[in-house]
Design a binder for this molecule. Structure first.
Ligand code: EPU
Length: 765
């Protein structure tokens, strides 16, 4: 094959059939090119370090895909096409150069393909994908059978690129990021806006404008341009064959009377002062009305009647990742958008705001270290329309990190600008949790960025579907919260989040939850007051039920019997006894837990334990069916009640004996005194270990010299050796390390195997 300079690339690509290899074929631009080349009848192979949904789809159409870049895989190719993300030392590229095989850039190949058609390039910093998709759609609806090439998946067009041999036109999104706009010699061009961007490639705005000026120069037909963008207007206005569009009065094609309704916009269009008619655009945002006026100008100049254009716009559907609705219900709206430049972020947030949801919660993933550094200050002021912003770390997009630049740089800049709802989450996989936990009915959640932040929104959307079903089960009175931090619900103040935190307030709802979890294979865990619980830092997967309110907090006295729901505090049972002159329950005053936990653990204090006072227990089995069992039917041990390992208590009846008021008060005071003098007031989970036979764990730990011994913020209490206290901000990992240390000492020095009394649950971080 001849060297590139002597090749007739247009002929080679559109009128002959060859073996062509694409280096970096998974990229959004490259995959479109692969689709075009396949439709043109070439034998196409491609390599990339990663396979994607797109490469899978292309393989079905005939692409020979190679994971990773090996020179051998492209040795049979007549031509190599490479993406601008590919480095000069790529083995396929190096081998092509060494052997004199022609290798061209993506834009060169695309420009050559377009030479076979009447080319229309849509260019500018923001809105290219939507506008080029809209243009191709309008031309297609008008029966012009256009070919197209757009930088994202376009459901309404069927694919991101398509070659139609029957049509005259080719509509393409022109990428300005690497200077290759210079390659195109279109018949028409539509310029949306020009501003500072891609400063990793361009020195400054002047350098960007130079490339646009050349594109304009090389355009043979009409230049359609945004009259409202100063930079664009300055470059285009003087050109002889130029048509302007926009909202301002001096625009040739002008949009007016814009009415933004939730997801649809209605507006009027004038051409040189004459009313063309009304249009309805089926995508949200004022900026999209602006883009649509540009498309109307272009389509009208191509001879498509206004009514036809308007009818097409009414049917238009957004490109993927362009204000794409991921989930919508009466209560929530989840939207994903590609915005990654400060101007785009501001525009997308304005659109989000215009949907009039209660709050706009945003997850933002900065894209490229170079852009973050160059536009850092502009990012600071771009989030005013968001109520809350969670910023992740930077999506590198093949760039090397720049020291001192991270997601935190942007979060700090947003805060410096005066925003009070911004936070930084360096663990990408936790972003959906941060935002999900803030969620309240009426909120809109927006993910923004050009990397993979939409994955976090998808996880949130999937969990929200389940959360909504759980909410329907517990009803208005009940409560459902996503990713609720369990450090808020354990007395130790430690623990990661509950995937689904659910508060049913009656037995029916609880039973229905059990059945739902069984059907959906969701794990179900019940938490009372969390007083005997150590939750690991990764939290609990599945549904965490916290029975509380109405039925569950109820305490009723009948003679010497007290019926209490599992959510009631044991302490309250002791005081209900006092009020009714029932003694023998005073020891419950010293237990920080609820009735449910007391039953589950057969909790005890002052020489007594729960089951000594128990008459009967009502519980739900693993299928949600209710049962009641009397004390004599139950198998109970020290700090263990096996029945509740797979069943769920809902209420219990306790019995005491009538006793004189002063005697009850005396016993309550004794319990209080015991607690005050022998137990720490700091945050703890009660006793950590069960008492080994014939010995006190607290005493043993003291004798081992471990009091005050700590790991991080977890420390053995100096008051009682069997309590580990949280000095503030301790992690479960620190707690567990300390527990292991104590166990190991007891084993090696005393030959005693300590068993934890505290329940340890959940996933590691
Ligand atoms: N002791 C020490 N050093 C210590 C702690 C205790 O020498 O650091 C001695 C005490 O002086 C006492 C003996 O060890 O002679 C037993 O201590 P304590 O009376 O405090 O009782 P315990 O067995 O450690 C049990 C329950 C507690 C309950 C108290 C009070 C267990 C595992 N713990 O503690 O329950 O509050 O009795 O009645 O059975 C809980 O289960 O979470 C809990 C706090």
């Amino acid at each position: 094959m001849k060297p590139v300079s002597e090749l007739d690339l247009a002929k080679l690509l559109t009128r002959e059939h060859h073996k062509i290899h694409l280096v970096g074929v998974a990229g959004s631009g490259m995959s479109g090119l692969a689709a075009l080349l396949l439709e043109l009848g070439h034998e196409v192979s491609g390599s990339d370090k990663a396979s994607t949904v797109e490469t899978d789809r292309l393989q079905q159409l005939g692409l020979r895909f190679h994971q990773n870049h090996r020179a051998d895989d492209a040795s049979a190719a007549d031509l190599v096409v490479f993406s601008s993300a590919i480095k000069i030392d790529n083995p396929i590229l190096m081998s092509a150069y060494d052997s004199g095989k022609p290798a061209v850039r993506r834009a060169e190949a695309l420009a050559a393909i377009m030479q076979g058609k009447r080319g229309i390039i849509i260019a500018g910093m923001h809105g290219k994908t939507t506008t080029s998709a809209m243009t191709a759609h309008v031309l297609r609806e008008a029966g012009l059978r256009p070919s197209h090439y757009v930088g994202a998946e376009i459901p309404i067009l069927g694919s991101n690129a398509h070659w139609d041999p029957r049509g005259e036109y080719f509509v393409a999104e022109g990428d300005e990021s690497d200077g290759t706009l210079r390659c195109f010699r279109p018949e028409h061009v539509l310029i949306l806006n020009i501003e500072e961007e891609h400063l990793d490639f361009y020195v400054d705005l002047a350098a960007i404008e130079k490339v646009f000026a050349q594109l304009i120069e090389q355009t043979t037909g009409t230049v359609f341009f945004n009259a409202d963008d100063a930079n664009t207007a300055r470059l285009c206005a003087q050109r002889k064959s130029a048509v302007s569009y926009g909202f301002s009065e001096n625009a040739h094609y002008r949009g007016t009377d814009i009415d933004l309704r939730d997801f649809v916009s209605v507006f009027c269009v004038y051409f040189r002062g004459k009313r063309l008619g009304e249009a309805v655009l089926n995508v949200p945002g004022r900026h999209n009305v602006h883009n649509a006026v540009g498309v109307i100008a272009l389509a009208n100049e191509l001879g498509i009647p206004f009514e036809k254009i308007a009818a097409s716009l009414r049917k238009f559907e957004h490109a993927r990742r362009r204000f794409e609705i991921k989930y919508a219900s009466d209560r929530f709206l989840l939207v994903d958008d590609y915005a990654h430049h400060p101007t785009e972020i501001r525009t997308t947030l304005k659109t989000a705001r215009s949907t009039r949801r209660k709050r706009v919660l945003t997850m933002f993933q900065p894209h490229r270290f170079s852009r973050t550094k160059a536009l850092c200050h502009k990012f600071g002021g771009a989030f005013d329309d968001a109520d809350r912003v969670v910023v992740t770390d930077i999506y590198a997009a093949n760039e090397e990190p720049i020291p001192g630049i991270s997601g935190e740089t942007i979060a700090a800049e947003i805060a410096r600008h005066g925003h009070r709802g911004v936070s930084y989450q360096p663990r990408f996989e936790w972003v959906h949790r941060d935002v999900g936990n803030m969620l309240d009915s009426g909120d809109l959640v927006l993910s923004m960025g050009a990397g993979n932040i939409h994955e976090q929104l998808s996880i949130l959307a999937a969990d929200l579907v389940i959360a909504e079903k759980l909410k329907a089960i517990v009803g208005e009175e009940g409560h459902v919260q996503l990713y609720e931090p369990l450090s808020k619900h354990t007395t130790l103040r430690v623990g990661g989040p509950a995937q689904f935190w659910v508060e049913p307030c009656n037995e029916n709802a609880f039973a229905e939850l059990i059945r739902f979890c069984r059907r959906e294979s969701l794990p179900l865990f019940v938490i009372g007051r969390g007083s005997n619980l150590l939750v690991r830092d990764g939290g609990i997967l599945g549904v965490v039920v916290h029975p509380c309110g109405r039925d569950f907090d109820k305490i009723e006295v009948d003679g010497n019997e007290i019926t209490a729901g599992v959510g009631a505090k044991l302490k309250e049972v002791a005081y209900a006894g006092k009020a009714a002159g029932i003694g023998g329950l005073e020891w419950m005053e010293g237990i920080p837990g609820a009735v449910g936990g007391g039953l589950r653990m057969n909790a005890g204090a002052m020489g007594s334990q729960t089951f000594e006072n128990l008459v009967r227990v009502r519980y739900l089995d693993s299928e949600g069916n209710p049962h009641t069992k009397s004390r004599h039917e139950l198998d109970v041990h020290y700090r263990n009640f096996p029945l509740l390992e797979n069943n769920f208590a809902v209420s219990a009846v306790f019995r005491g004996q009538s006793a004189p008021a002063d005697e009850i008060v005396r016993r309550l005071q004794a319990s209080q005194k015991k607690r005050r003098t022998s137990q720490p007031i700091a945050k703890s989970a009660g006793c950590i270990f069960k008492n080994p036979q014939n010995c006190s764990a607290g005493k043993l730990i003291e004798e081992l010299g471990l009091k005050n011994c700590g790991v991080g913020k977890a420390r053995v209490s100096e008051v009682h050796g069997n309590f580990i206290v949280n000095d503030g901000g301790a992690t479960a990992a620190e707690m567990l390390e300390l527990i292991e240390k104590i166990k190991s000492m007891a084993r090696t020095q005393r030959g005693i195997e300590l068993e934890t009394e505290v329940q340890i649950v959940g996933e590691p971080a």
